[in-house]
Structures are given as C-alpha cells and as structure tokens.
Ligand binder design. Structure first.
Ligand code: ASP
Length: 338
C-alpha cells in the first residue's frame, strides 16, 4: 500500500490517483488502458473506460462492460441484432479471459442477449471453459439469462432477404474500403463487421480480454470461428500481454493467432511487430488466397504498449487511456488503393 505521504506527494503533482495506485510497490506508474477493434471500438472503449477509470476498476469488468455495450445495440452487427447464418438463425460466439488464465467461452448460442456475460459465467460458475449450442443456452437460462424471441432485427431481416435471392455461399468478412480486392459490402452499402474484440490493462497491472461476435454473415449453420476459441481469437498472459483478433476466423485458428502473438511478445518482440509476424504467417500459408482475406490482430503488453496489424488496409482500432481517446489506423500487409 502506498504511504499517506507518498500519496500526498503524487497527488500534489497532479497525477491521477488511479495511475498512482501501484507506484510505491514497483516505482512504475501503471496507466490503465483499453484498446478495441475497428471504429465501433470507440464507444465500446467508453463503456470499458467507465470501469477502468475507477480507483479499483478491474480490467475483467471493463472488457465485459465494453462487450455488453455493443451486444446491447440492436442496430449493430454484434449480438442479437446481427446478421444470421444461412438458415436465418443468429448464432453468437464469445469468450473472456482474465489475468490468471481463467477463461470462459460460449459458441453457437441462440436467443441470449449477452453471450459475453454467459462466457463469464462459464468461467466463474462452472467447472468448464467452453459450452456450445443448446447446452450453452441451457446453462445461460439456469444462470438467470432470459430467452429472447429469436426474431431478426429489421436490418438483419432485410440483409438476409437480399442474400436469399442468390443464396450464394460465400460468407462475408469485414474488409475496409481501400482494400484489394474491393471491400465486400452488404446490400445496403455498409461495410460488414461482425466482431468486437477488446483487451485492457487496469491500474493494478492486470490484463483481461473479451471477444464477442455473430460470426461471419450467412455462414453455415453450426460454423464457429476463432472468436470464442481461447488462444485463437483471444489470449491473455499477464506476464506478457493480451491479444485479440478479428477477420476470417478459419485463418486465425490455423495459426492459433492470439497465443502465437503472445509467444512472440514473450520473446521480446513489440506488440505491432508480433501482430505483423502473425499476419505474415497467415499470408505465407497461401499468398494467393490471402489477397481476398482480412484478418487483423490487436495487442497490448503488460506495460500498456499496444500495436496492431492487418492483412488488408484501412482497418482501425481504438485506444482509450488517461490521456487520449482515439481511433488509430492500422498498418497492413497489402497497401491501400485509395
Ligand atoms: N472472426 C470472426 C469469425 O470468423 C468474424 C469477424 O471478426 O468479423 O467468426
């Protein structure tokens, strides 16, 4: 515990109390920070920051709050308002991980509003790590979550009806404008995003991460991507950092993306460089195929340094800490054509 004198000194020079909490212990100021994928991360970070910015705000609570905020937005592409699979069902995947290797996941979950909180319950109130489908739903109901009506949102209904006209099986992944090839837009012209992934460091020096998704739009019924898979879509090692992913889940799974990046960071490689190496690994598996893929990783180390890298250009991620709240452009393997 910092002595009262130490506290008064640090308070006198104007450092926020939250950043000073662990100063006496380590002589290093730990500044809380949260980073989240794409521009939707801006609002998600706001929700996470409300938790992180409290004196005892936990990274775990912060990432859950961030994920809930976007799951609750029915107009968004994550949660029950999202696009369905090709059978017209919205099936949700989510996972969460704390600073002590505790983790919980759910996948192929239907009609439950906040899969991230079910994942947390799996972590905290079951002896398991991963529940799927009906079993995950049954568990959620037993934990007091409400069964929703299962109707598509108006936006998703109209997207689905447009998709049904051709019913072409080519699940849509999020690619920004300026990418090669041209971004795959939804019929209303929107760029598709299906996943919100965020990682945070709290003032006690603990990391956590959360990832929530409806998966790829119009996917095969039963398809599960990287997002709920600990080690692929998300990994947290408190001695090293926290990493999460978005994009074509199959490619992230192939290289166990998040844990691969953590292992690079453990060897001293900086977050952005580690993300770049993971992207290169995916591209090198099949350089031709990579031209039509998007995968992006974001990484945060235990000291609050962060970085990101994507296959396709124009992907962004958002950062919130004591000094700033901003959206950053992410470097990419392929360069922008705009
Ligand atoms: N990674 C997600 C999946 O493959 C999709 C996304 O990030 O948009 O299910």
């Amino acid at each position: 515990m910092p002595s009262r004198r130490k506290f008064l000194q640090t308070a006198a020079i104007g450092l926020p109390l939250i950043a000073c909490k662990n100063m006496a212990k380590s002589n290093t100021v730990i500044k809380p920070i949260v980073i989240a994928t794409w521009d939707g991360g801006f609002n998600v970070n706001k929700a996470a920051w409300e938790v992180l910015n409290k004196a005892d705000g936990l990274a775990l609570d912060a990432v859950e709050a961030g994920a809930i905020s976007i799951e609750n937005d029915i107009s968004c592409c994550v949660g029950l308002g999202a696009n369905p699979d090709r059978d017209g069902k919205v099936t949700l995947d989510a996972c969460i991980m704390d600073h002590q290797f505790n983790c919980g996941s759910v996948a192929f979950l239907e009609r439950i509003k906040n899969p991230i909180s079910v994942a947390r319950k799996v972590m905290e109130s079951s002896p398991h790590v991963f529940l799927v489908g009906e079993g995950a739903q049954q568990f959620a109901l037993a934990q007091g979550f409400e069964l929703q009506d299962g109707k598509l949102s108006a936006k998703a209904q109209s997207e689905y009806e447009s998709w049904l006209i051709k019913s072409e099986y080519s699940p849509v992944i999020n690619v920004e404008k300026g990418a090669i090839p041209a971004p795959q837009k939804l019929s209303n012209g929107a760029i598709n995003h299906d996943t919100m992934a965020l990682v945070a460091l709290d003032s006690a020096g603990n990391l956590a991460g959360a990832c929530t998704t409806s998966g790829m739009a119009f996917k095969m019924h039963g398809r599960i991507g990287d997002s709920p898979i600990i080690g692929s879509g998300l990994y947290v090692d408190n001695e090293v950092g926290a990493v999460t992913a978005t994009g074509q889940g199959e490619e992230v799974i192939r290289i166990s993306g998040a844990s691969y990046i953590i292992s690079l960071m453990r060897s001293g490689i900086a977050p952005k460089e580690a993300c770049r190496k993971a992207v290169e690994k995916i591209v090198n598996i099949n350089p031709e195929k990579a031209k039509t893929l998007q995968v992006a990783f974001i990484a945060l180390d235990k000291n609050g340094n962060h970085g990101a890298f994507a296959i396709q250009p124009e992907f962004t991620y958002c950062v919130r800490d004591l000094e700033r709240e901003e959206e950053l452009k992410c470097d990419s393997y392929f360069k922008s054509v705009i």
